[in-house]
Ligand binder design. Sequence first.
Ligand SMILES: Nc1nc2c(c(=O)[nH]1)N=C([C@H](O)[C@@H](O)COP(=O)(O)OP(=O)(O)OP(=O)(O)O)CN2
Length: 123
Amino acid sequence: MMNPELAIIRIKNLRLRTFIGIKDEEINNRQDVIINVTMHYYAEKARKTDDMEHALNYRTITKAIITLVEDNRFSLLEHLTGKILEIASEHPWVEYATVEVDKPHALRFADSVSLQLSWQRPE
Ligand SMILES: Nc1nc2c(c(=O)[nH]1)N=C([C@H](O)[C@@H](O)COP(=O)(O)OP(=O)(O)OP(=O)(O)O)CN2
């Protein structure tokens, strides 16, 4: 049974533009990416105190992701997703994190293509 104090934070469809890809067009022009992040942490103190001090601040994490994505260039989704996962799993309270990055305009005949990476804190 899942622990009732284990909170799940979901940052949903964070829409940013960055340089991602290996084609000349992708190297020379920003394109849309859609980012979904899920983080698990034990939120009992935050729930009981209603005090931001005891919460895993999703705004802080989101701002760090925005800075990473908008201020850098990436060739592969694997690298971009991995760097975002480093941010999502950095805080010591995070027990589990998963990140999925979509490139909605990457494939001519597909709605989107995405890559997902996950991390679990070692026991
Ligand atoms: N773990 C939690 N983290 C945060 C919570 C929360 O309830 N639990 N709440 C907040 C803020 O209330 C957030 O919901 C709104 O923050 P803000 O409007 O500053 O977010 P923006 O992305 O709109 O920030 P801008 O600077 O206005 O762009 C934060 N964390």
